[in-house]
Design a protein around this ligand. Structure first.
Ligand SMILES: Cc1ncc(COP(=O)(O)O)c(C=O)c1O
Length: 382
């Protein structure tokens, strides 16, 4: 699975969790001006909203709606947190990384009562632990979980947790920022009320807006809950439904690019096709990194294929900044680590990348290992 022979930009490939490398055709789709009330743009917004439902395997007919929100992924997470928990409600946040932590922090900022269920950063959330808290605390009204905790790359069991959340009749919020579009799951079997992601993750658009796929009945029941004006999820949906327009200046060019990105996702075989490419990127990279003597942070059976955290080698000559800069100088962008209990760096497999890119990165890493005089022992890698 090599990169198709299409014109490619001279920019460095981004092996990061975002912003991500996008195709030339996605970038070129933006080179236009359209007014926010232009019929073509309004029709495109409607089309994009419908396509996102389709990607999730749900439809308006089944009672689901897409709300687009200006801003990066954090903005739509905050829109949900600040708009859907009732005034006297309580949000249970499942935390095994910094994006779960951020949800709890947002709730505190908005004076929403919070409870937490924690797991170590190298372990998935335990559904039984969620059930225990729900059983013990009647005040909880909503539950939030991160799908792929991008801090480490771990995938959380959103379906098992969702079944429990439904059993206890709570509202269920899934932050699927770095997974949606490239991880297959059954939206309805997961019992999701709100799922969020952004334009510039696995759908491979450019940054600038984010979106929530909402169960309409849940959304309609949130009247009067919003704690902000601009991030009011219900008002944003009503605006989009009313005249097809955003309430405030729309991210026109980002939507133009996203429309093209959705067409490219379809052409690739939808979620299954994209998952296959990202998995191939991951498998190629992991095998090569292990052969060089780098070890991943997560146990193999928990490692997702979207982003991988690698432990710093024990060789005292290893300095991340030096490693990063040398790779950058050779034309490859990787990312610092984010887990709190180990020194790691991260390599993303998402965006417009192919196994041929993983192989090129491996060559560059091998050269940098030599330049830095690192002594790595592949035999030490479990
Ligand atoms: C799981 C998750 N949630 C939220 C965010 C925040 O998104 P953004 O950085 O686009 O605001 C990210 C970003 O990588 C993420 O991975």
């Amino acid at each position: 699975m090599n990169r198709p022979a299409l014109p490619r930009s001279a920019d460095k490939p981004l092996f990061t969790p975002g912003p991500l490398t996008t195709s030339q055709t996605v970038k070129l789709a933006m080179v236009r001006d359209l007014g926010s009330r232009d019929g073509e743009f309004v029709a495109m917004v409607k089309h994009v909203r419908t396509e996102l439902l389709d990607l999730a395997g749900v439809s308006q007919r089944d009672g689901y709606e897409t709300v687009l929100m200006q801003g990066s992924g954090t903005f739509v997470v905050e829109a949900v947190v600040s708009s859907v928990v009732p005034p006297q409600g309580k949000l249970l946040v499942c935390i095994n990384g910094s994006y779960g932590d951020r949800i709890a922090k947002m709730a505190e900022v908005h004076r929403v009562s919070v409870a937490t269920v924690r797991a170590p950063e190298d372990q998935p959330i335990d559904p039984a632990a969620v059930e225990q808290v729900l059983k013990a605390d009647d005040a909880i009204t909503d539950v939030a979980i991160v799908h792929c905790e991008t801090t480490s790359g771990i995938l959380n069991p959103i379906e098992e947790v969702g079944r429990i959340v439904r059993q206890y009749k709570k509202t269920y919020f899934v932050d699927s920022m770095s997974a949606f579009g490239a991880v297959e799951f059954d939206f309805r079997a997961c019992e999701i009320d709100y799922l969020v992601s952004s334009a510039n993750k696995c759908i491979e658009g450019v940054p600038g807006f984010s979106f929530a796929i909402c169960r309409r009945a849940a959304l309609e029941a949130t009247a009067g809950f919003a704690r902000t004006l601009s991030l009011d999820l219900l008002a944003q949906w009503k605006g989009l439904e009313g005249n097809g327009q955003f309430r405030f200046t729309p991210p026109v060019q980002t939507i133009l690019a996203f429309n093209q990105a959705l067409a490219e996702l379809r052409a690739e075989g939808g979620v299954a096709g994209r998952a296959a490419r990202y998995r191939a990127n991951h498998d190629c990279l992991l095998e090569g990194m292990n052969a060089l003597g780098f070890e991943e942070y997560l146990p193999r059976h928990l490692q997702g294929y979207l982003i991988t955290s690698f432990r710093y080698p024990s060789d005292p000559n290893f300095q991340f900044e030096d490693f990063y800069t040398r790779l950058n100088d050779k034309g490859f962008v990787i990312y610092p680590g984010k887990v709190s209990n180990a020194d790691c760096f991260r390599i993303g497999h998402i965006g417009r990348l192919f196994p041929s890119d993983s192989r090129a990165l491996l060559h560059a890493i091998s050269d940098v290992v030599q330049e830095m005089g690192l002594e790595l022992d592949p035999a030490n890698v479990a």
